[in-house]
Design a protein around this ligand. Structure first.
Ligand code: AMP
Ligand code: MG
Length: 389
């Protein structure tokens, strides 16, 4: 599967062209070498929501209109943008990410008026959800119009559409012509980037520009809702929860594969069938009573460390001091689960940075945004879960 992580190259210090174009511009962390087998000079610019730079936005939009690729910040994770209406751009996105081409892209728009041109019709439920949650971290699946190429939808007659709230994203989309296909800006299979440093690590030398907008707000990808089925169905959980959707629509179903590997069915969002978000180390989730979980994990850690294996733990502020791992990371406080959502991908990437080989994670409460956290964590662990008593 083109989902491998083995093709990532080790970063060296002989820098690529990082062109400073604004005064307090380039983050020194982004001084990276060109990935092997790539030949594009990746220009990195810095832009915050509070200080939009029209000239740079126009330049970024021009790259998209000319068929190039630009990574940009959104409130969920960084996106890898190309012209959604240009089949060649979508092919480039798949190539840059190493993404299987049956895994469709989300089309990002900046205005409600843009929706009509890319969908066959806008059903009443879509209007209601747009009114309640757009701009914001919600993606809707609708029937596509002829203007959307099959390259963008992975061969499907439906299209995923989202209107982000991030100001840089929206102005960039407008300058790019209004339709930006944008999956997460990581190499396929890796955790989605929540800071520009990790975009550069994966895509440096493969895309024309990275807009560094600092840390993202939410840290997990958008909620996806399918509105082409009789009962609206959640295909990927996110910040917009089932309860929030039900307040607007009444009944909402969930793809039964979201939290279970043993349903015997394929996930309804094609991308959800691939191993995802995975750190390089071997990750296992331990569930059960907190004291028993800590005891079990410490026993395992001691064994692994004796065998010379570099170990890591994902815990919480409340428990992290109890572990004996080489690298201990708190995902935040259990009292505030949205902090866990924001930290998860960064933590998974940091275990890679620190060459951790075996990782144990506590489980998190599955209510609210916790469902999205556990959905991603389960995927990152390849559904490896051990229950202790
Ligand atoms: P990403 O762009 O990396 O956030 O992934 C986009 C997700 O949206 C993937 O899981 C896709 O499979 C899913 N997706 C995009 N378009 C469709 C569609 N038309 N029907 C169902 N799922 C979709
Ligand atoms: Mg992704």
């Amino acid at each position: 599967m083109g989902d491998s992580t083995g093709d990532l190259t080790v970063l060296e210090q002989s820098a690529i062209a990082i062109i400073s174009t604004s005064d307090k511009c380039v983050c020194p962390d982004l001084q990276l070498s060109k990935n092997e087998g790539t030949d594009v000079n990746t220009k990195v610019i810095r832009m915050e929501e509070e200080r939009l730079d029209r000239r740079l936005l126009r330049e970024a939009g021009g790259i998209i209109k000319a068929g190039g690729l630009v990574a940009f910040p959104t409130e969920t994770v960084y996106g890898l943008g190309g012209d959604a209406l240009n089949p060649a751009s979508s092919r480039k996105i798949y190539a840059a990410k190493g993404r299987p081409s049956d895994n469709p892209l989300i089309v990002h728009i900046a205005d409600m008026e843009a929706l009509d041109a890319i969908v066959r019709e806008v059903p009443e439920n879509a209007r209601k959800l747009a009114e309640a949650f757009w701009p914001g971290p919600l993606t809707m699946i609708l029937y596509k119009s002829d203007r959307v190429p099959y390259e963008t939808t992975g061969g499907l007659d439906t299209v995923a559409v989202r209107m982000p709230v991030h100001k840089v994203a929206r102005e960039f989309i407008r300058e790019a012509g209004g339709y930006v296909a944008a999956p997460s800006a990581n190499r396929s299979g890796r955790p989605s980037p929540t800071v520009a440093k990790y975009v550069a690590e994966d895509l440096d030398g493969r895309i024309e520009m990275i807009i560094d907008g600092g840390d993202v707000e939410i840290g997990l990808e958008s909620t996806i809702v399918d509105l082409t089925v009789p009962e609206p169905m959640i295909l990927r959980p996110g910040y917009i929860t089932k309860e929030m959707l039900e307040e607007v629509l009444g009944g909402v179903e969930e793809d039964c594969t979201l939290m279970r590997a043993d349903s015997g069915q394929a996930p309804k969002a094609p991308g959800m069938k691939y191993r995802h978000y995975a750190p390089k180390g071997d990750l296992t989730i331990i569930t059960g009573d907190v004291a028993a979980v800590i005891e079990y994990i410490n026993e395992q850690l001691d064994k692994r460390r004796l065998a010379g294996i570099r170990t890591g733990v994902i815990g919480t502020d409340e428990t992290i001091g109890c572990y004996h791992a080489d690298v201990c990371k708190s995902a935040g406080s259990r009292a505030e689960e949205s902090t866990v959502a924001k930290e998860l991908y960064r933590i998974l990437r940091e275990f890679d940075d620190e060459a951790v080989e075996v990782i144990y994670s506590e489980a998190f409460d599955e209510s609210g945004i916790g469902q999205a956290v556990m959905n991603r964590l389960l995927k990152a662990a390849g559904h490896k879960v051990i229950a202790v008593k």
